[in-house]
Design a protein around this ligand. Structure first.
Ligand code: GLY
Length: 350
């Protein structure tokens, strides 16, 4: 088992390894005064892992209740959020009780936001069951729900009390969902660590999961500790996300987040190479690696449509958008880009 400790506004451990789900009860026991634990999960994940999570918690002496909502991003909304809060209130959870987010990014974001706001804050444990959640969304305390006007528009920074990542859960993932998470994994190599990128390039998707999740989580831990509230260095984690958001939103979320981010990373790399900011060799290596992982690198959507959707993203600040531009594999710059220059950049990346 691997352990990474995050020392942010709350100090917590991230445990990574095989066979960890049955230890959930023993881990939860380390928090004082917890009587009731509410597992929050969705309709695809709960049938696979719900019973094991409940058994572990019951055997540790907790009263366990479960709230399961329909799988999919469309459930990350105000109605499901309020219904979860009402469920917690009806079951009389107290401030010393605990929520467990059992699932991928949707479950983690929604549960985290409920934990941040129910009784003005209760503890929660992230149990990520997708690669994307394991390497990104379960760590760092970004919690949110979507509004009709856009993704993640209502939320809070609220750190979990523990992240328990059982790598066995990743074996139950459909291949497509696993590869989606690989886009975020490759992203860490491009932003921070050339040697890690080279390992991913050589190993391909059969990489050592425990080792890779650990490295991603260490990199994320470092940036969250430097910039927990996302006003500076943490923005680099958005590499490929502004352009990717345009593609994802233009597809009306028919294209997955991971695939959209892969296209965004490829577009920003092509545009950076055209402008002489990134070597053509590194831009080609980035694209070849994404392709080797079965990820797309191009979109057919017209430039102006993508720009229109990009401008609905919350990353916009005044008249500029912070674009994350790779200058070499292992290093990126944050470049505040005037909105009126965005179309030329996107065009260069198509
Ligand atoms: N997913 C990007 C971040 O946590 O900042």
């Amino acid at each position: 088992m691997q352990k990474v400790t995050v020392n942010a506004s709350r100090c917590y451990d991230i445990l990574i390894g095989s066979g960890l789900l049955p230890t959930l009860g023993a881990e939860a026991k380390k928090f004082p005064k917890v009587k009731t634990v509410c597992i929050v999960s969705e309709s695809n994940v709960y049938p696979l892992h719900g019973a094991a999570a409940e058994k572990s918690l019951r055997e540790a002496g907790f009263e366990v209740i479960s709230y399961v909502f329909p799988a999919g991003e469309e459930s990350k909304n105000g109605a499901v959020y309020l219904s979860l809060l009402n469920f917690l209130a009806e079951h009389r959870l107290t401030r010393s009780d605990l929520l467990v987010a059992l699932g991928g990014g949707v479950v983690g974001d929604l549960t985290g936001f409920a934990a941040a706001t129910f009784l003005r804050g209760v503890k929660f444990i992230q149990v990520p069951t997708t690669l994307l959640a394991a390497v990104d969304s379960s760590v760092g305390g970004k919690t949110a729900i979507d509004l009709p006007a856009g993704k993640n528009l209502a939320g809070a920074f609220y750190q979990p009390s523990l992240v328990l990542c059982d790598t066995d859960a990743l074996s139950t993932l459909p291949r497509e969902i696993f590869l989606d998470g690989c886009a975020e994994v490759i992203k860490y190599g491009i932003i921070y660590d050339r040697a890690f990128f080279d390992y991913l390039k050589e190993a391909g998707p059969e990489f050592d999961r425990e080792k890779v999740i650990r490295r991603c989580v260490e990199l994320k831990r470092d940036v969250v500790m430097e910039d927990e509230f996302d006003t500076g260095a943490r923005m680099k984690l958005n590499l490929g996300h502004t352009l990717g958001h345009g593609v994802e939103a233009r597809s009306h979320f028919g294209l997955s987040h991971g695939k959209s981010v892969a296209i965004g990373i490829a577009m920003v790399s092509r545009a950076a190479a055209k402008r002489g900011l990134l070597s053509q060799q590194d831009a080609d290596t980035i694209q070849d690696t994404l392709t080797a992982y079965g990820l797309p690198i191009r979109t057919e959507y017209p430039c102006q449509e993508l720009v229109d959707y990009m401008l609905s993203d919350k990353k916009r600040s005044g008249g500029t958008i912070p674009l994350i531009i790779p200058t070499e594999i292992g290093h990126c710059d944050i470049v505040p880009t005037p909105v009126e220059e965005l179309a030329a950049f996107v065009k260069a990346g198509l």
